[in-house]
Design a protein around this ligand. Structure first.
Ligand SMILES: *Cc1c(COP(=O)(O)O)cnc(C)c1O
Length: 426
C-alpha cells in the first residue's frame, strides 16, 4: 500500500503537528508522475482497471459489503469522490483530531446537508442564538416547511436555565440535533460545549440521541477544537479562515466515522460536494493556515486595544479582552487556545455614526465575510443580521452602532491608522 507512507504522522516518538503535514499528507507523488504537489483532478469520472474492480468499488460505495482490511474506496465519479477532495478531507481532519470529514460547495451546503441528514418531519431542533444569518434563516424559515420545530436559546445564557426552558419547549418531540455557534456571530458570546453536551444528553429520552453540531468557523480550526469537548460534528464555512483569501466559497463537516456516515451519504445524493478546483485551492490555502491565523490574531489584539481606549467607541467585544470576572472567561480559558481575529465594537452615535465610520475606511474594506488576508468591516444590524427583527437584535446585543471587524494580515500600525482616521470622521 504505497498510500500508507503518505499518511505517516510520526517521526519516532514525535507526533507531527498539523502545520507540518499540510504540504504532503495523504498524497503519493508516484501516483501522479512524480508531481511534488497534488494536481487538480479535473475529471468527472474515473476509469476502472477492470469490470470486477468497478463492481467492488460500487459495493463499498453503496454499503453492500464491509471493506476488507486495508481496502480503500476506489475512485468512481466526482460527485462521490475525487483525489483533491479526499486528500483535502484527510488534511482538514488533522486540525480537529477528527476521524472523517467531507467538504462542500459552501458553508451553507455543509450546514443544510448535515441538518437534513439527521432531521425528520415532526422533530425539534435545538439551536443557539445569534447564529450566522443564513443558518438562522434556514432554521427559522426553511426547516419548518419540512415539519421541523426550531427551539432557540440565547448564547451566553446560564446553561442551567437553558436546560429547563429547552426541555419545556421541546416537549415530547424527538430531538436529533442540537446546533450551536460559539463564539457567536457577531457578539462573541460563548457557550460551554462540554456542559451543553451534558444538557443535550438529557433530551435522549425522546427517542433520539442528539447529535451536537458546532459551527466552528470563527475560531477553528486553530483556536478551538469542539470534538475534544464533546461535540459530535464540527462545521465550517471554509470560505472564511480555511480558504483565507476571499476568493472561493466552500464548507466542511468533520467528526467520527459513525457521525459522518449519514452526512457523507446525503452529500452524494444532494450533490452538495465541492469541486476539484476548489479542493485544490483549499489545500494550497491550508499550507499557510497557521501562519495566517496567528498573524491575524496578533493584529487583532493591537486593534482591539486601540478601539477599547478610543473615546468614540463604547464597547468592544473581543475574546482577548474578556476580564477574569466575566462569567464567559472560564469557558474561554477551558475551550479556546486563542482569541482569534474577529472584533465587534459599538461606535457612539448609532447607525449614522457607524455608517460614517465605515464610509471613511481606506485600507479596511467595507464587505461582509471574514477570515481572509485583508481586513473587512460591516454593520451587522443592517447587513449580515438584517433578517433578525429589531427587538431580537437588541436581545442579542446587535445594537445600531455595532460594527464587525475581521482583522487581516496587513501591518497593524496601518490598520490602527485607518481605524483612527475613520473614527475621526464620526
Ligand atoms: C459564512 C458563514 C457561514 C456560511 O458559509 P458560506 O460559505 O457563506 O455558505 C456559516 N457560518 C458562519 C459562522 C459563517 O461565518
Amino acid at each position: 500500500m504505497p498510500k500508507a507512507k503518505y499518511k505517516e504522522h510520526r517521526i519516532g516518538d514525535r507526533e507531527l503537528s498539523p502545520e507540518s503535514l499540510m504540504m504532503g499528507y495523504g498524497y503519493d507523488p508516484m501516483l501522479s508522475e512524480g508531481a511534488a504537489k497534488c494536481p487538480i483532478f479535473q475529471t468527472s469520472t474515473f476509469v476502472f482497471p477492470n469490470a470486477e474492480a468497478g463492481k467492488a468499488y460500487f459495493q463499498l460505495a453503496y454499503g453492500l459489503r464491509e471493506a476488507s482490511p486495508g481496502e480503500e474506496f476506489g475512485l468512481i465519479y466526482s460527485r462521490l469522490n475525487n483525489p483533491d477532495l479526499e486528500i483535502l478531507e484527510d488534511r482538514l481532519a488533522l486540525w480537529d483530531g477528527a476521524a472523517a470529514g467531507a467538504v462542500f460547495a459552501s458553508g451553507m451546503a455543509a450546514i443544510a446537508t448535515a441538518l437534513f441528514a439527521y432531521l425528520r418531519p415532526g422533530d425539534a431542533l435545538v439551536f443557539s442564538e445569534p447564529l450566522y444569518g443564513g443558518t438562522e434563516h434556514f432554521i427559522r424559515h426553511v426547516l419548518p416547511e419540512f415539519g421541523i420545530t426550531p427551539v432557540g436559546f440565547m448564547a451566553g445564557q446560564a446553561l442551567a436555565d437553558v436546560a429547563d426552558d429547552v426541555r419545556a419547549r421541546v416537549g415530547a418531540h424527538r430531538t436529533p440535533v442540537v446546533y450551536i455557534e460559539t463564539p457567536a456571530n457577531p457578539t462573541n458570546a460563548m457557550i460551554d460545549i462540554a456542559a451543553l453536551a451534558a444538557v443535550a444528553r438529557t433530551l435522549e429520552g425522546n427517542g433520539a440521541r442528539p447529535v451536537l453540531m458546532v459551527d466552528n468557523t470563527f475560531l477553528g480550526p486553530l483556536w478551538q477544537h469542539p470534538l475534544k469537548h464533546g461535540a459530535d460534528l464540527v462545521i465550517y464555512s471554509a470560505t472564511k479562515f480555511i480558504g483565507g483569501h476571499s476568493d472561493l466559497v466552500a464548507g466542511a463537516v468533520l467528526g467520527s466515522s459513525e457521525a459522518m456516515a449519514p452526512v457523507r451519504a446525503l452529500r452524494t445524493f444532494m450533490g452538495t460536494m465541492a469541486d476539484a478546483w476548489t479542493g485544490w485551492l483549499l489545500m494550497r490555502s491550508m499550507e499557510t493556515l497557521k501562519m495566517r491565523m496567528t498573524a491575524m490574531m496578533k493584529n487583532a489584539r493591537y486593534c482591539a486595544d486601540f478601539l477599547n481606549d478610543h473615546p468614540k467607541v463604547r464597547r468592544v467585544h473581543y475574546l482577548g479582552l474578556l476580564g477574569e470576572d466575566d462569567p464567559q472567561f472560564a469557558t474561554y480559558r477551558k475551550q479556546c487556545m486563542g482569541p482569534g481575529s474577529l472584533i465587534a465594537f459599538e461606535v457612539e452615535g448609532g447607525e449614522e455614526a457607524a455608517f460614517r465610520f465605515l464610509n471613511a475606511l481606506k485600507l479596511v474594506k467595507l464587505a461582509v465575510s471574514l477570515g481572509g488576508t485583508e481586513s473587512l468591516a460591516e454593520h451587522p444590524g443592517s447587513m449580515t443580521h438584517a433578517d433578525v427583527p429589531p427587538d431580537e437584535q437588541v436581545r442579542m446585543g446587535i445594537t445600531s452602532g455595532l460594527v464587525r471587524l475581521s482583522v487581516g494580515v496587513e501591518h497593524y500600525e496601518d490598520l490602527i491608522a485607518d481605524l483612527g482616521q475613520a473614527l475621526d470622521a464620526v
